[in-house]
Design a protein around this ligand. Structure first.
Ligand code: GAR
Length: 211
């Protein structure tokens, strides 16, 4: 059984989607063993507690820079024997020591169809503000492996979502979550835990043959 450590910073609806999938028996081959939050006030911590999942707080603001923060995070991941790290609304960029140590074992969910609306400065509601400002008619979500390039790692799954005329960033964010993020994140985690993902030359391949 692979140990899944979920990193969060906020509301934790993607964490909830993972917990719900686990409770339905849909996270085959893995178990959420720990939640780590970069903020003490993240509602995601309450979700972990309600489901008896051990949680830790490693506050980003307690560390002077990303390198020091990453070192603390790295130690915690080591102590938790993490097999898979899931970034579920985690708002801190990981430094390269963690990315190298967990190559192709860190998964991120991003609220757009990468390579649109991604990279530095594209996070949370801002992604949807920018999609609406551009006037795109379709957006969506992407689950990908994390590399040193922000939002640039091998794409595992994507799902499109329509943009409506009267959308606000908030309504669009909600639809992208409901129709895409909360579906493809648990699916990708399950595929990983069943060893059905392979990365070759920067591209991720899904094995749909296995039972
Ligand atoms: C989600 O929409 C997630 O895709 C996004 O933040 C939100 C977190 O919500 N992540 C990023 O923008 C990362 N670049 P949640 O805390 O309710 O899961």
């Amino acid at each position: 059984m692979k140990k899944i450590v979920v990193l969060v910073s906020g509301g934790g609806t993607n964490l909830q989607a993972l917990i719900d999938a686990q409770n339905r028996g849909e996270l085959r081959g893995g178990r959420i063993t720990c939640v780590i939050s970069s903020r003490a006030d993240a509602y995601a911590l309450t979700r972990a507690k309600k489901n008896d999942i051990p949680a830790r707080v490693i506050p980003r603001k307690a560390y002077p820079d990303n390198a020091a923060y990453s070192q603390a995070l790295h130690e915690a991941l080591y102590e938790e024997y993490a097999d898979l790290i899931v970034l579920a609304g985690f708002m801190t960029i990981l430094d390269k020591s963690i990315i190298q140590a967990y190559r192709n074992r860190i998964i991120n969910v991003h609220p757009s169809l990468i390579p649109s609306f991604c990279g530095d400065g594209f996070y949370g509601l801002h992604v949807h503000e920018k999609a609406l400002a551009k006037g795109v008619k379709v957006t969506g979500a992407t689950v990908h492996f994390v590399t040193e390039v922000c939002d640039g790692g091998p794409i595992i799954l994507q799902k499109p979502v329509e943009v409506r005329n009267l959308d606000t960033p908030e309504t669009l964010q909600r639809r992208v979550m409901e129709e895409a993020e909360w579906k493809i994140l648990p699916e990708a985690v399950s595929l990983f835990c069943e060893d059905r993902l392979t990365v070759i030359d920067g591209r991720a391949y899904v094995d749909y043959q296995s039972p």
